[in-house]
Design a binder for this molecule. Structure first.
Ligand code: SF4
Ligand code: SF4
Length: 285
């Protein structure tokens, strides 16, 4: 017997689409694995709406959102990529920051769609630091009043599965972090896995519990007191401004695509892109 179909509604607010690019680079599992049922327990996932990847466009695309709002696509996971602007600020200037089609002749902002869809969502996942906590659009002086889904819906918000907003930060989010979290939620919804344990910033602990420093292949040189004095040297980059000791992330161990890459692993300092304060202090250069 095949499992009930789970739809994914992926909205994009103030972002650069980097998290979508990351997801398409995920390999374990890949986006194709998820959408073609390669993992039997996680089969029947339908990416019903995604502005960048979906085939329908125009009215047909917006019809998907209308159907989801009417309950025709239950159960669905609501995913947000990008931050949510303050449309009241835009209104004062006679415009909008972030429109996604129309409904009943009324222009719909990303805020409108989130408010319309979130009460029906089985789970809500914020992908990337912009969607989680505001990220770069939220950085000082934050001219658009940008904020993340956790703040927009509130820490007390609960989905139909009784889950809070789940945050998968990163700038961009690492592709497998996104794919694994979505897969975990599908397996939770189907009774195969317990609810993922979250940390104080609603990040899944199985990914974000340890710091980049704890996961860093240069940590041995840190312990030996060997520090790089300029980029290109193979030692700990603490003296060059690395934020690894205060950033929660497994990318230095896991890599970015197929085990390759990973910030300090390949000679770039950690800039703390998974933390709520990013890109403001203590994560500004
Ligand atoms: S390079 Fe950064 S993350 Fe790696 S050991 Fe040094 S301080 Fe820690
Ligand atoms: S190592 Fe640091 S900069 Fe790199 S992805 Fe992780 S938190 Fe972001």
């Amino acid at each position: 017997m095949s499992a009930e179909e789970i739809n994914v509604i992926w909205l994009q607010g103030q972002g650069c689409t980097g998290c979508t690019v990351s997801l398409t680079g995920s390999t374990h599992p890949s986006l194709a694995d998820l959408l073609t049922g390669y993992l039997p327990q996680a089969a029947n996932i339908n990416l019903a709406f995604h502005q960048t990847i979906m085939l329908p466009h125009g009215e047909k695309a917006i019809d998907v959102l209308r159907s989801a709002a009417n309950g025709e696509l239950d159960p669905f996971v609501l995913v947000l990529e990008g931050a949510i602007p303050n449309e009241e600020l835009a209104k004062k200037m006679g415009g909008f920051w972030c429109l996604v089609g129309e409904d009943e002749g009324k222009p719909m902002t990303i805020n409108d769609w989130i408010l319309k869809l979130s009460p029906r969502a089985a789970a809500a996942v914020a992908v990337g630091t912009c969607a989680c906590y505001g990220g770069i659009p939220h950085g000082t002086p934050n001219p658009t009043g940008a904020r993340g889904l956790l703040d927009f819906l509130g820490r007390d918000w609960r989905s139909k599965l009784n889950l809070p907003v789940i945050c998968v930060p990163g700038c961009p989010a690492q592709g497998e972090h996104v794919a694994e979290t979505l897969t975990h939620l599908v397996l939770t919804a189907r009774g195969f896995l317990p609810v993922p344990e979250l940390d104080e910033h609603n990040r899944p602990k199985f990914i974000f519990e340890k710091t980049a420093h704890e996961n860093c292949p240069r940590a041995g040189t840190f312990a030996e007191g060997e520090f790089s004095e300029k980029f290109g040297e193979p030692y700990c980059m603490g003296l060059l401004g690395c934020k690894g000791p205060i950033a929660h992330c497994d990318v230095p161990r896991r890599g970015f695509v197929e085990g390759v890459g990973g910030c300090p692993t390949i000679g770039s300092i950690c800039i703390g892109c998974t933390e709520p304060e990013f890109p403001d202090p203590p994560f500004s250069p």
